[in-house]
Write a protein that binds this ligand. Structure first.
Ligand code: BES
Ligand code: ZN
Ligand code: ZN
Length: 474
């Protein structure tokens, strides 16, 4: 993690300057802007680079005169941060001083966020670990606590990305639990891991059913952060899908559809990252994260289509497709959440290809029965952190699709609205305000997109953190 240090600008070291008008270069920094114009970076027209003399200068421009919304401008700054980070690393710069002029505090923070998110590397399996050179940024006029908050949030995103990037050969359900335990004291949350025996005692037939094809036992992870100064009397409960690998089970995923399915615990990683950030930044909010974990595999005893299983609340489910496994393990977690009498439950899951087909990698599909106030707050957070939400309808006509002839409900919807019917299935297990986030699109990238690297993106961590902060603020 790059170290952010609150320090006055000395104008002597390698530096990055953020300006909105080129004339500022001359006025504020005493730099001839014609000279820098000739140094425009070849890959980008919004940064300029100069390495003459005894220091390197990177100048970033954001043109705020465009008709951009405030949240779009923040995103411009994140993207600029990504570009500056790339440039600094390419030039093997270890430390930079940052000075901004005409740029708001939140915009500088967004810029730094872009730098930190870009600088992530997953080197666990590289024999030669070529670490990025950029290690320190001195930041003028932003105080230490705000920089620490940002660094903690980025650390939480890194934590989630690492979990997603780890393949199932090293990260089965047990190992996922180990890592969640290991991070607990560092972040400041408490954790209880239910093992297979306890899961059986709770009759979690969804989690146990999906686990039947596995040689590894399932786990059910309960992470909790409950500060004495919590503003909420009822907790915010987060539920994350923890399918450490999804082969599809006996409805085996064909061709290339299986690869990247190590990402199928990204919802679990996301809610773990969220509680990590909330706890580490001491937000005055009571939060619980629930993560049911197993792989979904073929195996001698694996579920087959036509099986009927019983979820922990007694609901019987006809399994019409073993690849619709996420909703089965989530239903047990949603039932478990009832005992908290939560103010709100947000579940997060790489649940359907149908959601991915709607949003692509650019947003999150959502349904829910929570009130407009909570939904709007979460949507606003989505705009602020640029993890945008698209709400889908839960029209009653869709209910038909989940009917089963022999059980209470089927796990498979029809030909249309797959992201919606998955949500309607989940709703069956809720008796509290609830919002479902389908992150199948943005959770994992085959190719980097700006500050989001190829692989796990940490989708949802910044969204939930911003939302929790807005809940704690009021
Ligand atoms: N994990 C997948 C969904 C998924 C797809 C996540 C693409 C990330 C990227 C999920 O378990 C699944 O297989 N869903 C099926 C559901 C269907 C059988 C109703 C799907 O979307 O095809
Ligand atoms: Zn599946
Ligand atoms: Zn899945």
């Amino acid at each position: 993690m790059i170290k952010l240090v609150s320090k006055k600008f000395s104008n002597k070291k390698d530096a990055v300057l953020l300006v909105t008008k080129k004339t500022d270069l001359a006025d504020v920094f005493g730099i001839d802007n014609k000279y820098l114009d000739s140094k425009k970076d070849s890959d980008s027209n919004d940064i300029a680079f100069s390495a003459d003399g005894d220091r390197c200068l990177i100048v970033g421009f954001v043109n705020k005169t465009d008709k951009l919304s405030e949240t779009d401008i923040l995103q411009e700054y994140r993207v600029l941060g990504c570009k500056v980070c790339k440039k600094a690393n390419a030039e093997k710069i270890n430390a930079l001083e940052l000075k901004a002029d005409g740029v708001s505090r939140e915009q500088v923070i967004a810029f730094l966020e872009g730098v930190l998110l870009e600088n992530y590397q997953f080197l666990a399996y590289k024999s030669k670990k070529e670490k990025n050179p950029l290690k320190t940024i001195h930041v003028d006029s932003i105080k230490k606590p705000r920089l620490e908050e940002l660094a903690n949030l980025a650390e939480a995103v890194y934590f989630a990305r690492d979990l997603v990037n780890e393949p199932v050969i090293t990260l089965n359900a047990t190992e996922l639990s180990k890592r969640l335990k290991k991070a607990a004291p560092k972040a400041g949350y408490k954790i209880k891991v239910l093992d297979k025996k306890e899961i059986e005692k709770l009759k979690m037939g969804g989690l146990l059913g999906v686990n039947k094809g596995s040689v590894d036992p399932p786990t059910f992870n309960v992470l909790e952060y409950k500060p004495a100064n919590a503003k909420n009397k009822k907790p915010l409960v987060l539920v994350g899908k923890g399918v450490v690998y999804d082969t599809g089970g006996n409805n085996l995923k064909p061709g290339s559809y299986m690869s990247t399915m190590k990402c199928d615990m990204a919802g679990g990683a996301g809610v773990a990252g969220a509680i990590y950030a909330i706890a580490k930044n001491n937000l005055p909010l009571w939060v619980v994260s629930l993560i049911p974990a197993t792989d979904n595999r073929i195996g001698k005893n694996a579920l087959v289509a036509d099986d009927v299983i019983t979820i922990s609340d007694g609901t019987t489910v006809e399994v019409k497709n073993t690849d619709a496994e996420g909703r089965l393990i989530l239903s047990d977690a949603l039932v478990y959440a009832k005992k908290y009498k939560p103010m709100l439950v947000i579940d997060m899951a790489t649940l359907t290809g149908a959601a991915e087909a709607i949003t692509g990698t650019y947003g999150i599909a959502t349904v829910g029965n929570a009130g407009d106030d909570l939904k709007n707050k979460l949507k606003q957070s989505g705009e602020r952190v640029y993890e945008r939400l698209l709400e889908l309808p839960m029209w009653k006509e869709y209910d038909e699709q989940l009917k089963s002839d022999i059980a209470d409900i089927s796990n498979l919807g029809g030909r249309i609205g797959g992201a919606i019917t998955a949500g309607i299935f989940l709703r069956h297990f809720t008796d509290y305000p609830w919002i479902h986030l389908d992150i199948a699109g943005p959770a994992f990238l085959e190719k980097a997109e700006s500050y989001k690297p190829a692989g796990g993106t940490g989708s949802g961590v910044r969204l939930i953190y911003d939302f929790a902060k807005s809940m704690a603020d009021k």
